[in-house]
Design a protein around this ligand. Structure first.
Ligand code: ADA
Length: 561
């Protein structure tokens, strides 16, 4: 299952789920002559008992049968962390970053018969990998998200961007369809759309050979029902492509969209004009049974637990999430802060030009691919990076400007731990603090957040909404003791209680995200303190198997108020 809904009715898309050939090749550069293992796709190789912590290159291979002469394109929703893709021995894609989708180039004139697909996957931490480093979460290896093959025409719809707006008492939308002509002659293209039951008209366009064109239209939807947390109404938006006066559509693309607006004003965040308070979790896509390769059932389990706790929001710390999880958030009406992939990187690290390049690619892939999810109401960047230095600030500035250029419909933020030393508050729309009172410091959460409000006001963030983006403490599942010492479930529950009591009682707070939803695996030998015992971050409100800790009931008490 690539998505939770069908994305095409005319273009044929086949998922390549299953057992593929697999060979670990260490740091070799050659494609192996033979394969000795089988590996599930999607999946993480760490789940295979022979490779519980393999870091290196692994080669995946399979064959597939094409029944008629056609062009094809391969779709990868996530490969961790670097991929080189070969179709019949010819390289058709390269990609860095586990957490954003990519496609191969269009492969023309594929003959009927059997073809070979090879994917070289690398999860090594090396000099050139600036986002995947040994960190306080685990970079797994493998084809971790679904893969598909599309039987596609040389002129096709690359993506649709749906931008809703509310004016004069009704919903409107602008819709841009990006069409690519990979053929050798120009093509006359007529698009036709349907949003729910409403036809959408597009102007005809002439697209030169090799060109990409955005065809834009607008519409009014007097009967549309808004998407919101309480009523997550979704609509099917289908656009079909007709070429050169033909009566039959040769391509199509389907999106699932919602009508909602997101604004910030008066120090608050509004959805559809109404102030909201985000109550949610930071969540890593991590589970001991599957690593980062979540099947749908486990996504639903996480979602149900978060809803059971009374949560209305999730932060995709610290990378873009599986699109099926975002689909689920659209369906269940959970607000999403989606963020790019960068955690805790200092200015020495950021100074390498590859860092900013890799972030910019990640931002573009995140925003373009996930634009239409109504659940995503905030884009975030650069968790706990160098927002306290002038050099770092220029990178924050460039990245935020890039995202604003791609999307003017959502507020932007970044989570900082630099307190009064942060110098980027003026760049963001929402000010977000990662502070761990009563865990990393002995401060009182209420007094601390009042001080954080002061820094916001004085240092460039005056009048902007404030979110407590991380707080919490370790609680080892099953470690209970009347002493309530650090590490017990009791102490963790106390920390969560005092933090939530402070934030839920302060009307100037627009959101709070507990660190974290579930315990997660971390990379060994980082020199973390005792709190990474067992190489896991144990600040989950549920443990790695999703068993609730004592703090779960505390969260319920405050989130369900
Ligand atoms: C940071 C960071 C998280 C996690 C957390 C912790 O704030 O953003 O990824 O490492 O601290 O548990 O200490």
């Amino acid at each position: 299952m690539l998505r939770l809904f069908r994305t095409n009715e005319i273009r044929q898309v086949i998922e390549l789920e299953g057992d593929w050939d697999f060979e670990p090749i260490g740091q070799d550069d050659s494609i192996p002559a033979s394969y000795h293992y089988r590996m599930p796709v999607p999946g993480c190789w760490e789940m295979n008992p022979r490779f519980p912590s393999y870091r290196g290159k692994g080669v995946y291979r399979r064959t597939l049968t094409v029944t008629e002469k056609t062009a094809v394109r391969l779709v990868f929703k996530g490969v961790s962390h670097t991929a080189q893709v070969y179709f019949d021995g010819v390289e058709v894609a390269q990609h860095y970053n586990a957490y954003t989708p990519f496609t191969s180039r269009l492969i023309q004139e594929v003959e009927p018969g059997e073809h070979e697909l090879v994917v070289v996957v690398d999860n090594t931490f090396h000099e050139g990998s600036k986002l995947h480093i040994a960190n306080d979460y685990y970079t797994y290896g493998g084809i971790i998200r679904p893969v598909g093959i599309e039987y596609i025409q040389p002129v096709y719809i690359e993506r649709i961007q749906f931008v809703p707006s509310y004016e004069n008492g009704q919903w409107h939308a602008s819709m841009a369809a990006v069409v690519i002509n990979t053929g050798s002659t120009s093509a006359r293209v007529q698009l036709q759309g349907m949003l729910g039951e409403t036809p959408i008209r597009f102007e005809a366009a002439e697209i030169q050979a090799g060109a990409t064109t955005s065809i834009v239209t607008t519409g009014s939807f007097p009967n549309a029902e808004a998407w919101s947390n309480g009523s997550p109404n979704l609509y099917k938006l289908q656009v079909q492509l007709f070429r050169d006066g033909e009566q039959t559509a040769s391509d199509d693309l389907i999106e699932r969209v919602g009508f909602r607006t997101v604004t910030t004003a008066n120090g608050r965040i509004q959805v559809n004009g109404e102030d909201i308070v985000l109550k949610g979790f930071n969540r890593h896509e991590d589970h001991p049974m599957v690593g980062a390769a979540f099947p749908y059932q486990l996504m639903v389990q996480d979602m149900e637990l978060m809803l059971e706790a009374g949560s209305n929001a999730v932060r995709t710390s610290h990378y873009p999430n599986d699109e099926r999880f975002l689909d689920l958030c659209d369906e269940r009406g959970i607000y999403v802060w989606e963020e790019n992939h960068a955690r805790g990187l200092d200015i020495e690290h950021m100074r390498d030009p590859r860092f900013q390049e890799q972030c910019l690619v990640c931002n573009q892939e995140m925003v373009e691919n996930h634009y239409n999810h109504p659940s995503i109401i905030i884009w975030g960047i650069l968790n706990e990076c160098s927002s306290n230095t002038p050099e770092g600030k220029e990178m924050y500035r460039e990245q935020l400007a890039q995202i604003r250029g791609l999307d003017q419909s959502r507020p932007l933020t970044y989570a900082t731990h630099h307190r009064e030393h942060d110098i980027c508050f003026d760049l963001a729309d929402i000010i977000s603090f990662n502070l761990y009172p009563q865990w990393y410091t002995d401060e009182d959460p209420g007094e601390l957040v009042d001080r954080a409000r002061g820094w916001t006001e004085e240092l460039g963030g005056a009048g902007k909404p404030i979110i407590m983006s991380e707080f919490g403490g370790d609680g080892f599942y099953g470690m209970r003791d009347a002493s309530r010492v650090r590490g017990t479930e009791e102490r963790q529950a106390d920390i969560i209680e005092s933090n939530l009591a402070a934030y839920t009682s302060r009307p100037y707070i627009s959101g709070m995200f507990i660190w974290q939803f579930c315990d997660c695996r971390v990379v060994e030998d980082l020199g973390w303190l005792f709190s990474r015992a067992g190489t896991q971050n144990s600040k989950g409100i549920v443990d790695k198997y999703r068993r609730p800790k004592l703090a779960f009931e505390v969260v319920k008490k405050y989130f369900r108020q």
